[in-house]
Design a binder for this molecule. Structure first.
Ligand SMILES: CC(=O)N[C@H](C=O)[C@@H](O)[C@H](O)[C@H](O)COP(=O)(O)O
Length: 233
């Protein structure tokens, strides 16, 4: 039994401000903690959150597992790039640390395997490998990851950008690795979640479609057709 057993068949909600939006008004640990409390009340089985301050505030506000990460930068390997970042979010209370496990060079020059060893030596947290391809998922499990997530599909040069979630990667990983496969990245609709579970997902993460008013409103405003000559037309 480990903390991933508590997530089986559930919806994990990612409570984070929007990437590339330093002025997102949601960029505030107190706000993210209230959002986390609301989504848990709505049925979320775990929370995914960015940075020690948000993780600590959310841990104090909810009693479900917290998957912590620490974004540093916006290019290349930026999701928990080093063991030091992972140790920081674990110390803030994360039960699981999500770590970039793509095959790109890490800023400290260490391998993912070294990074996992360093995390294990210094924390009790489990390691969730954020990957973009099936080969990266297989390598991450060989290198010690406790679970894999499809988080980075569509965000690296080796994984083409697509509009919807990468359900094919969920199915591939579920057939290849003996650890929980977490579906994450561009899940927007109940149908996406159903299809992820049908493909073999252990749990599904939804983020911006639930927790970012900025993202939700932009998407809606961009999609609405307005009469000529009116606001935004
Ligand atoms: C690529 C990257 O930086 N992903 C991040 C991972 O923590 C978050 O910015 C996403 O919001 C999260 O993965 C959930 O995805 P979506 O918001 O599409 O449901």
């Amino acid at each position: 039994m480990n903390v991933f057993d508590d997530l089986a068949g559930g919806l994990v909600v990612s409570c984070q401000p929007l990437n590339d939006e330093p002025d997102d008004p949601m960029r505030d640990p107190h706000v993210q903690a209230r959002v986390a409390a609301a989504v848990v009340r709505g049925g979320a089985v775990a929370i995914r959150a960015n940075g020690p301050a948000d993780v600590a505030a959310i841990r104090a506000a909810v009693d479900v597992p917290v998957i912590g990460l620490h974004k540093d930068g916006v290019d290349g390997v930026f999701i928990t790039p080093t063991a030091e970042h992972a140790v920081g979010v674990a110390a803030a209370g994360a039960h699981v640390v999500a770590v970039d496990a793509t095959d790109r060079p890490r800023p400290d020059g260490r391998t993912f395997a070294d990074t996992v060893r360093a995390i294990r030596a210094r924390t009790e947290a489990l390691v969730l490998a954020d990957v973009a391809t099936a080969a990266e998922g297989v390598a991450a499990v060989r290198d010690g990851a406790d679970a894999v997530a499809t988080t980075l599909s569509g965000y690296t040069p080796s994984s083409p950008r697509r509009d919807g979630p990468d359900l094919a990667l969920v199915a591939e990983l579920a057939a290849l690795v003996p650890v929980p496969v977490i579906a994450e990245g561009r899940y927007r609709e109940p149908e996406h979640v159903d299809r992820a579970f049908a493909a073999g997902a252990h749990a599904v993460v939804m983020g911006n479609a639930i927790t970012s008013p900025l993202w939700i409103t932009r998407r809606l405003v961009g999609a609405v057709r307005r009469p000529a000559g009116t606001h935004g037309a």
